[in-house]
Design a protein. Sequence first.
Length: 291
Amino acid sequence: MKKLSFQFSLIVAMILFSFASCNHSKENQIALHGNEAYKHFSYKKAIKPKKELVQTPDYYTIPIPDSILAKFNYGKILPVDEAYKDGDLVRFIDSMKFAVRNKNFAFFIKHLSDTIFKGYATGVPETPESFMQYWMNDRGEVDEMFWKETERALSLGGRFLQKDEYPFYGHDIFVIPYLDFPWDISDMFLSQAAIAKQVPVYEKMDKTSKIVGYLNYDIVSVNYEESGIEPLFEGTASVSFEKMEWLKITTLDGKLTGFVDGNYLYAPLGLRIYLEKSHNNWKIRGLSIGE
């Protein structure tokens, strides 16, 4: 009787061990197959597939062929200023520059459109009042970034938008600066463009280091991590060029890599000024920074 009891206990123990081993084997199997494990809630946070740890877009790691770049001006955004087409516009832009030099915020408030576009990430209504609240603190002081970014943008030329270009329809819209990034070969968060010719590319973050090449209005991919800068991301509300003293860049054809003085680059999410002509008067229809 005791022998039968011992055999029965042994059988139960073997069954339990086998069941535990089976579960352990399944857990190991799930752990080894990340894609499968990610479907299970219990592993969703603990295990991430290796490919998800590095999400570098193809256009950054793989050079874009010249045959494709040729369709987009070889990855360059050449400067243009179409303001000369409208004398009133030239005078209005000159007045804006004068207001910036004198830090005359009242000029901007006076010339705002009834609805003022400020960018998707700002989270404020499209009203002149919200525009003031966005750029001013509770003491009535204007953010210094406003003056620096606006002055920089106004120093570059601008272009007229086509009637069907988003976000404006049916109006004469002039956008400053002129940069129009082709999204087929560039990215809103990882691209910037040189705003001058013969911009030196250095081997290191040091202007005394070796110059490895030059940019001539080229679109480049930016490696923010190696630049020591927090990368831009979806929902970015502000982009200050002053925070980008040095940027690690690679040309779209992959032939040139190095460091560039951030003053010579402009980001797609940098400040954009939209001017609207309504009833023969130019007004500020949008002034957005970030996404």
